[in-house]
Ligand binder design. Sequence first.
Ligand code: GLA
Length: 408
Amino acid sequence: MHVIASRAIAVFALATLTGAAQTPQTPKAPRAARQQMVAQTPPMGWNSWNYFHRNVTDQDIRAAADAMVASGMRDAGYVYVNIDDTWEGERDANGELHSNSKFPDMKALADYVHSKGLKLGIYSTPGPKTCAGFEGSQGHEAQDARLFASLGIDYLKYDLCSFRAVMRAQAPNDPAAQMRLMEAAFAKMGKALRTVGRPMLYSLSLGGRDAAWEWAPSTGANLWRTTRDIQSNWDRIYAILSQQDGLAKYAGPGHWNDPDMLEVGNGKLTLAEDRSHFSMWAMLAAPLLAGNDLPNMKPEVRDILTNRDVIAIDQDRLGREGSRIYTEGEVDVWTRHLAGGAMAVAVLNAGAERYSTHPFHLNLVRLGLHGPQQGKDLWTGKEVTLTDNMPIELASHDVLLVRIASPK
Ligand code: GLA
């Protein structure tokens, strides 16, 4: 921010000295560079699907935006309010897509969300129908991209859905040709978004299949789903976490792996599970898109979602995703390298029991660390010293998350 501001001032000063334009001009980067400024850190916000599913309405989106402000989430960094599937209505004679009766005025809704200092996201598919059976963008990609820009949309989640059937029909029994069709379909919308003159974050959803991390960046995507749908139960969350092992090298500023939206505060997840889920998504440099009922969340859930130290791990400007370094029994140890040489260490008890009579012992050498390490426990806020072979007791499905400023 400071750099941009001072460059703008420098340009203004130069213009004044040379007697050129008297109004300050912000230097304009080429369009591609401006587009890349989206998602320099993983996006933070909220999405309607995990809590509302098909039932979401305009009022729910407004209430989520209000709650994002009132809860302190906006001030903690959350910015996108994303409408998932089921907003779509019919196309008119000109092919223009309209919202359905649950969303009477999309532009007014976008204006409302923007008036709160937030951004609005929307959902579509390259296929004829969305996953919930609503109107898709097939054959109308450029028109829909223009529509989204004119409405003031800032984020598009583009979900494969019925396009898989299109691929099978167009290239029967030819998986390689089907892949080319899929990549082309995602690239088509990526290109359309780049030509409408409004930065929009571009998020691909495709159920974690087909190694999207290898090819999605070439479609212009800022995010790509690495898994099937998340659910609000520990087994599913832990299964997704384990599937992320090995994907770290594909993530970085502007392009992130997406292990799906958060379930923090949903279903029967315990507070330990909420903490672990949130901690590990931060270790993964994952999008932090809350998926709970924001206006009615418990204070303890709000405290988890607004833990600034944990958010800072997720949003670390280096953009290096964490990796699982080792597993012992049911305990996983992950590390994430952070800007300025710092490091985050997460010790996760994935098991159903508390480790007490036979506590887990941390092996610092396996993390590349030597001798005692001073750090901060990001859930208690207290200073801690990690030592080699130290016993660590964790409740079932709970986590120890430590930031080490100067690892040795
Ligand atoms: C798919 C996606 C979900 C959600 C639904 C909507 O299942 O993976 O995240 O968007 O479609 O129908």
